[in-house]
Design a protein around this ligand. Structure first.
Ligand SMILES: [Zn+2]
Ligand SMILES: [Zn+2]
Length: 273
């Protein structure tokens, strides 16, 4: 740790099983190690036990879960003593599947779940993709389902809390209200919010398109007012994303400048090891 309290731990990395990431588990670990990370957590998009033969285009199939667990545990063993490797999953707030999540947590030894609320209620039944919200009603659904997810007690933090702003046209009173509701719920539940680096990298493009974009300064100003705690997540979809330590440092500075408390590590995950 340096004088500014800057440490590198990332709990949000994907694998190609989600069909929109690249690189082997080992490449992620090696890039993390070379960049000075103390710990890397894999939180690939969870599969769900769908009732139909629906196949989602952005997550592993249920039949791939065991291979994912084995691959992460294999790199954990191989790099033991050099970097801590954690096994997690990024999950939506799909209440009908929460019992299944609890089951796999026990059965497969999944260490943690992060809440990444991409779809409304269930993507099998065409739930709205929250990265395409453009109306107050859609943004309101994002707030309601996200808060219900946070209240489930299943998740260690909320990933990309302002995802609904990705294609939202302006930071108006409705957008502000949604951000405030999410921040207040996180504060009440003492749940950290993720400063999502992938969103920060994408934000200039969203602004070019005339949208607010996620990982927005506007959201974090509200989080600062509300007194939320932040954790920085790379949301790595390629091993090289872990090389971008300058971005982590910038995020640290931005959050510190806003007076936000930054968590370097998830204590409950680190302690369990
Ligand atoms: Zn996500
Ligand atoms: Zn992710």
């Amino acid at each position: 740790m340096d004088s500014a309290g800057f440490r590198l731990l990332n709990y949000h990395s994907h694998t190609p099983r989600c069909m929109h990431a690249k690189g082997t588990e080992e490449e992620y670990v090696r890039h993390a190690l070379d960049s000075g990370y103390e710990a890397i957590g894999f939180a690939d998009h969870t599969p769900w036990p769908y009732k139909s033969d629906f196949v989602a285009g952005m997550r592993m199939r249920a039949s791939e879960l065991d291979g994912y667990v084995a691959a992460v545990r294999a790199v954990e063993r191989k790099y033991a003593g050099r970097i801590r490797v954690h096994l997690g999953l990024e999950c939506e707030a799909f209440p009908e599947f929460y019992p299944w999540l609890r089951e796999i947590r026990e059965e497969k030894g999944i260490e943690y779940f992060i809440l990444g609320n991409h779809y409304d209620t269930n993507d099998e039944r065409n739930g709205q993709y929250f990265g395409r919200c453009s109306t107050p009603r859609e943004a309101g659904r994002y707030a309601d389902t996200t808060i219900a997810g946070m209240e489930s007690g299943l998740f260690v933090y909320l990933a990309h809390p302002d995802l609904f702003l990705e294609r939202y046209p302006r930071f108006d009173a409705d957008a502000k209200r949604v951000c405030r509701e999410i921040c207040e719920a996180a504060k009440r539940l003492d749940l950290p919010l993720e400063y999502n680096l992938l969103g920060a990298w994408r934000n200039p493009r969203a602004r070019e398109l005339g949208c607010v974009g996620y990982t927005s300064r506007e959201f974090w100003e509200i989080a600062a007012e509300t007194g939320n705690r932040a954790i920085i997540g790379v949301d790595a979809h390629a091993p090289e994303a872990l090389d971008r330590v300058d971005s982590v440092r910038e995020a640290h500075e931005l959050l510190q400048g806003l007076g936000i408390e930054i968590l370097n590590e998830l204590e409950e995950v680190e302690r369990a090891k």
